[in-house]
Design a protein around this ligand. Structure first.
Ligand SMILES: [Cu+2]
Length: 205
């Protein structure tokens, strides 16, 4: 597999070295910030990682014909951010027909069940024991007023705030295509734990 050839591959087939670089690039995106203030609308002073999450949540292009092209664009932009950190990387994918268990390790995507743990905990992608006086997202999706003062869409609380928890609940059963489509079109989940298991890989689902 040729690192740097621009091709997206099944993540299971890329080298350990490239997986490490992929993980490290995501961690770097969590430490790279946009300018501005957290009180701006939309929020500034936000990490690249959480801006990606914010855009996904705020625009919420689900259940419409734009679902696939919009998410493709979101993935393309995420890949561009990864390449700002490490130009040789590509946004590899996970083949949903394969058992993802080998990806869920402390060196790559963290635990498959419950608290995600290493490597994302130490990297600051969430804080399971935040000081109540600090700003951390709770695990609910909040309504947030837009510029016209209504809550026509839902948004996480300020994406400058890391979430308190990051959990998973993967399923052992393989999905058939109909199940996959249902999942892709399902309504926004109120908690990260309900999201399908490629959350960290793609940052969108
Ligand atoms: Cu989405």
């Amino acid at each position: 597999m040729a690192l740097g050839d621009g091709i997206r591959r099944n993540i299971m087939s890329v080298s350990q070295q490239e997986r490490d670089r992929f993980r490290d690039a995501i961690i770097a995106l969590n430490n790279k910030f946009f300018p501005g203030s957290r009180n701006d609308f939309p929020a500034g002073g936000v990490s690249y990682w959480f801006k990606q999450d914010e855009i996904h949540q705020a625009t919420h292009v689900h259940g419409t014909p734009a679902f696939l092209p919009w998410h493709r664009e979101l993935c393309n932009r995420f890949e561009a951010m990864l390449r700002e950190v490490d130009p040789q990387l590509s946004l590899h994918y996970w083949d949903w027909n394969q058992d993802p268990t080998p990806m869920f390790t402390a060196n790559f995507m963290g635990n498959a069940q419950g608290d995600v743990g290493a490597p994302w905990l130490a990297a600051g992608l969430y804080n399971p024991n935040p000081n109540p006086a600090d700003n951390y997202r709770d695990n609910q999706v909040h309504g947030l007023q837009n510029r016209s003062g209504n809550t026509s869409y839902e948004l996480h609380s300020n994406p400058a705030d890391p979430p308190k928890t990051l959990t998973r609940a993967t399923q052992a059963a393989l999905l058939d295509w109909a199940q996959i489509v249902r999942r892709m079109l399902c309504t926004q989940s109120p908690t990260r734990s309900k999201r399908p298991k490629c959350t960290v890989l793609l940052s969108v689902h």
